[in-house]
Design a protein around this ligand. Structure first.
Ligand code: HEC
Length: 425
């Protein structure tokens, strides 16, 4: 932003320092929003709610700070570097939606519906492919040697609008699709069957029949196409340009027309924020984090006692087939589609006994998972288990299955994987 604004002397304001640290700290803790209704202690769930709300503050601070910096200069910047400016604001707008989305996940009233659905990944797409890419592009547009001739502006526009459309379509499909799936689980699907085994078809239907799965795919592909377009154009423009050396030799801070901008910009060393102050804030933040994640948990009266379930079906002797299978499960990323936790809410009815903290007493790491793109596997053995054939060819029996085929795994890996799953009673 300082470069865009053309500030001769760049001095981070106090507000931007507060915004930066506030964001870093608050955002990290919103991760606990994914634990709503799990056996994690209640206070940890409350942390997710607290920090989702607290996140609003640094985001507001950053927006106010940036607006103060550009006040009165907006038209100027827009003339010189409209593409970068748009991208900065796009990123801010997308990021501002984050607290609302994580709060919905963290609060018990809504988290039971959206938790473990596509919603979870929709939020990630919004932030990673949306906000952060927008800022990255803004930066790249602004400092990269102009990839440019007269068409560059048009390419940038296409790139920008395709990216916005792609993110909007994908995120909309995942957020709304997630809601629909959540309500499907709560309502028990069309035939009232719980979302396991054949009953998971109504979950797949919820995503496919209303077009959410297609929209998600289309949105993500549009994003990819936009990046390919920009990259291809930049490469060709570069190869065809006859003043490559001049471009390389030039001050990188050029606008799209190859004009120099903000030439008097320099970061003044002594105007850098006081390292002492930043150090103090960092130390305070560190102590706060320590209190929250080390000290507070130790106040929990005592570690959870292993339950009967833990002792009888989730104790994996080192080197046993089940233990090796668990490693394969972890390595293959089954956790990105499968959870192993049953929450005490209507959404999870029919998945088996509600999970307790003690159920995981023997496991490290615990494989709770974050989303159910496939059924929960906490009690998979109790409902018939699984065969090697099913993992190799999931669509054999369930034509609607979106599970990838694992026929590339070795027979040994498949055998221990099945041994592990068929022990999860
Ligand atoms: C891309 C998401 C995805 C990944 C990754 C994935 N699965 Fe699945 N899985 C599904 C879906 C969807 C279903 C439901 C349809 C079916 O049974 O094939 C399913 C079903 C299952 C079932 C049957 C569950 C039941 O209730 O009958 C088992 C067992 C299973 N998966 C194990 C695994 C294992 C083990 C891995 C890792 C090696 C894995 N899955 C990776 C999506 C996934």
């Amino acid at each position: 932003m300082p470069r865009l604004v053309g500030l001769a002397r760049f001095k981070p304001t106090r507000m931007s320092v507060v915004g930066f640290w506030g964001l870093g700290i608050a955002w990290a803790f919103t991760a606990t929003a994914e634990l709503t209704f799990t056996p994690a202690p209640d206070w940890l769930e409350t942390v997710g709610v607290m920090f989702s709300m607290a996140l609003l503050l640094p985001i507001a601070t950053i927006i106010v700070d940036i607006n103060a910096a550009v006040r009165g200069r907006l038209d100027d910047i827009a003339d010189k570097d409209r593409a970068s400016l748009r991208l900065v604001y796009l990123g801010l707008g997308l990021f501002a939606a984050l607290p609302v989305l994580t709060l919905t996940q963290a609060m018990r009233a809504s988290g039971g519906v959206v938790g473990f659905t596509d919603w979870v990944y929709g939020v990630e797409v919004l932030v990673l492919l949306g906000a952060f890419s927008a800022w990255l592009f803004a930066y790249v547009y602004h400092v990269a040697p102009p990839m440019v001739t007269r068409d560059a502006r048009r390419v940038q526009q296409w790139h920008l609008w395709l990216t916005i459309d792609g993110v909007a379509i994908a995120v909309f499909a995942m957020i709304v699709g997630g809601l629909v799936v959540g309500f499907t689980w709560a309502g028990g699907g069309a035939d009232g069957a719980p979302a396991v085994g054949d009953g998971f078809e109504s979950t797949a239907d919820a995503m496919w029949n209303y077009g959410f799965a297609i929209a998600r795919m289309v949105g993500l592909m549009i994003i990819a196409v936009a990046q390919a377009l920009l990259f291809a154009y930049a490469t060709v423009a570069w190869l065809l340009s006859d003043n490559r050396d001049a471009v390389l030799a030039a001050d990188p801070v050029l606008d799209a027309g190859g004009q120099e901008v903000n030439e008097e910009l320099e970061v003044v060393a002594e105007a850098e924020p006081g390292w002492l102050r930043i150090g103090t804030i960092a130390l305070a933040a560190g102590i706060g984090v320590f209190l929250l994640i080390v000290f507070l948990p130790s106040l929990e009266s005592e570690p959870a006692e292993p339950t009967i379930l833990a002792d009888e079906s989730r104790l994996f002797a080192e080197g046993s087939d089940a233990a090796l299978g668990r490693d394969v499960y972890l390595r293959e990323g089954c956790t990105s589609c499968h959870t192993q936790v049953v929450r005490p809410i209507v959404t999870d009815r029919g998945l088996g006994p509600v999970s307790l903290a003690g159920d995981y007493a023997h496991e490290q790491p615990m494989l709770l998972g974050v989303a159910r793109m496939g059924p929960d596997l906490m009690h998979i053995a109790s409902r018939g288990g699984v065969t090697v054939e099913q993992l190799k060819n999931p669509r054999e029996d369930r034509s609607w299955s979106t599970m990838p085929s694992y026929d590339y795994l070795s027979e040994a890996d498949l055998a221990v994987l099945v041994a592990y799953l068929n022990g999860l009673r």
